[in-house]
Design a protein around this ligand. Sequence first.
Ligand SMILES: O=P(O)(O)OC[C@H]1O[C@H](O[C@H]2O[C@H](CO)[C@@H](O)[C@H](O)[C@H]2O)[C@H](O)[C@@H](O)[C@@H]1O
Length: 320
Amino acid sequence: MGYQQLPSETMNMEAISKATFGDNGDANSGSYSSWLKEHPSALGSFDRMMSTAKGSKIVVFLDYDGTLAQIVDNPDIAFMTDAMRAAVHEVACCFPTAIISGRCRDKVHEFVKLNDVYYAGSHGMDIMTPVRSLKFRDHKHQTTSIDEKGNKVFLFQPAQDFLPTVQEIFRVLGEKTKCIKGAMVENNKFCISVHSRRVPEEDVAALEKLVTSVMEAFPEFRLTGGKEVMEIRPPIAWDKGLAVEYLLDTLGFDSSSDVHPIYIGDDVTDEDAFKAIKRFGQGYPIVVSSIPKETKASYSLRDPKEVMSFLLHLAQWKRS
Ligand SMILES: O=P(O)(O)OC[C@H]1O[C@H](O[C@H]2O[C@H](CO)[C@@H](O)[C@H](O)[C@H]2O)[C@H](O)[C@@H](O)[C@@H]1O
């Protein structure tokens, strides 16, 4: 195969979990309880976590799908609840808060509808901040723009050079996958998602084969996976972990200051961010999962409802 394929990422996470932990990996099973010993609940561990972080600066990073919004069949209607929006707003009033998603940045903003959080779309390849990064002196990819309130902002778009090709791939995949019922190709600006969630089980392999053959014409591009989705990404060394580092630096929280970053996410691409928090040396990588799975996260939350509860606890802790 000509493109860079990461086999473990292309497997469905539920399949990985079953292969690793057996069929009974649900939240009530024994394997989940033993997994919890390795990745304790961030709610149950809240007091301990916060007593370590007390007096330091907390920065909150959130994934969108599967973390702030439930996973649903149709990606176009993966809305977050008003209660979740209020919880994110509460947290953003207390701590710098960023949302880092695989989706296109505008789409996440449209779903979240909050102006007091920072947005990074396309798996961190499209970051908007009010300040320019000093450490990442990549001025070619740091440009200025005007946000919806008329303020000057900086955009960091390290995959800019690949934009025309990504859009060409989107067009070709859209055409070619028309023959597979239920297939959906989503334009995430600097990357593309090909969804198989609504494809009949017996056609999923054909869809994967089709996408693979289309991508042979674009051998540099990376093909990775997620929850019933194939992700096409440009060949640059950039991921959600580097986006976390970029944001920490840009917002003035380098490793020399006393900072505890928190990252909450549920999918394969969030693992890069968990690793970044570990590289940072302090902070809390939290995986959202109701089944045991391989992860670099230190803590866990079962589902978006528990995420909401954690965010509310965090805001309440700060206010008290
Ligand atoms: O980084 P994220 O914010 O988690 O985005 C990752 C992908 O999420 C979306 O797909 C996933 O959620 C859909 C809606 O619940 C679901 O139908 C799909 O099966 C999931 O893979 C989004 O549509 C993708 O573009 C993102 O890359």
